[in-house]
Design a protein around this ligand. Structure first.
Ligand SMILES: [Zn+2]
Ligand SMILES: [Zn+2]
Length: 348
């Protein structure tokens, strides 16, 4: 099969297309003929060496996969050749532990992230994953859209609905609004009936962010304090919920933007920087810090359903052949695109 391999960490040029033998699926695995694989910021930081956890070189990156079931292990039930599936971003989950059984499989102690651990990832013609780690794609969702739903719509559904518990009329702050997570978080907040304030560092992305459903867009300099503007836009009240897709660089400004009883939901971190907080600044105002990590299969099913019903539009910016993987990484690293770039081995 053709695949994009990185032999070592480094600049985008370490990504090169090569031919190698495809792995056979294990008893509980399926092998997917990849139609589309999203290029995530995660892939960029795994490739350049910023993110190391679970990353084994040489590696085939890519966890945002949609494709066709091409072959199945002997113990797989409920799927057959030709079925269209999207991955949950994991290649292996035990399916037995309390986290897996409780619908929180993103905390499974056996979990293996798809694409980080050696030569089994989605930047390829074929990839093997546990049958338990995929979801069927409903009619009306394209393969390009389906590939990115888990990591973008699904993660934000987790953050907005299940962790942030955004309610009708809530004032919600969404940071990193022009990115792959933010654009979908805004759509979900709108669907939930919230008043949504988006923060971006890019004036060029403001129109696109408004288009996604933001009521207000704040263009702030990197590291700038936008909390005064959030107060003004909420008549002094502040944000009831913050969906923070950025992390350390905005933590202080987000904290200062929170209303009493507010909930900060941490879902992204774009740098390796640490932050300092005085706990009293949180508990004296009853502000909670919560975390949303990844997407469960049930959340992915709901996210795909929202797309099939055209309530949410996945932001796919461009579909490129595998040969353009390095160029795609350059574009993602530069932060120029609004919406996901998708690689497709079916394109040349
Ligand atoms: Zn991703
Ligand atoms: Zn488990």
């Amino acid at each position: 099969m053709r695949a994009v391999i990185a032999e070592r960490t480094g600049p985008p040029e370490v990504l090169r297309v090569t031919e190698l033998a495809a792995r056979e699926p294990g008893p509980r695995e399926i092998r997917i003929a990849v139609a589309a694989c999203g290029v995530c910021f995660h892939d960029v930081v795994a490739r350049n060496g910023t993110y190391r956890r679970g990353v084994e070189m040489p590696v085939i990156l890519g966890h945002e996969v949609a494709g066709t079931v091409e072959s199945l292990g002997s113990e797989v039930r409920g799927l057959q050749r030709g079925d269209l599936v999207a991955t949950t971003t994991y290649s292996h989950l035990c399916g037995q532990c309390r986290h897996c059984r409780g619908g929180h499989e993103t905390s499974c102690p056996e979990r293996v992230f798809l694409g980080d651990a050696g030569l089994n990832g989605g930047y390829a013609e074929l990839v093997c994953v546990d049958a338990d780690a995929v979801q069927r794609i409903p009619a009306g969702v394209s393969m390009e859209e389906a590939s990115i739903v888990a990591c973008t719509v699904g993660t934000e559904l987790n953050a907005v609905r299940d962790v942030g518990r955004v309610q009708l009329g809530d004032r919600v702050l969404v940071t990193g609004a022009g990115g792959g997570l933010g654009l979908h978080g805004i759509q979900l907040c709108r669907l939930a009936g919230a008043f949504t304030i988006a923060v971006t560092t890019s004036a060029a992305k403001a129109a696109r962010i408004r288009d996604a459903g933001a009521d207000e867009v704040i263009v702030a300099d990197k590291g700038g304090d936008f909390s005064g503007e959030v107060r003004r836009l909420t008549n002094g009240h502040g944000a009831d919920v913050a969906i923070d897709n950025v992390g350390s660089p905005v933590f202080g400004a987000v904290r200062r933007s929170m209303a009493d009883d507010g909930r900060m939901v941490l879902v992204g971190q774009v740098t390796g920087d640490f932050i300092f907080i005085n706990p009293a600044q949180l508990f004296l105002r009853n502000v909670s810090i919560l975390s949303a990590k990844g997407v469960s299969r049930a959340q992915l099913a709901d996210a795909l359903d929202l797309v099939a019903r055209q309530r949410i539009r996945p932001a796919v910016e461009d579909v490129c052949p595998l040969e353009q993987a390095a160029e795609a990484h350059r574009r993602v690293e530069a932060g120029l695109s609004t919406g996901r770039l998708v690689l497709s081995p079916l394109k040349s």
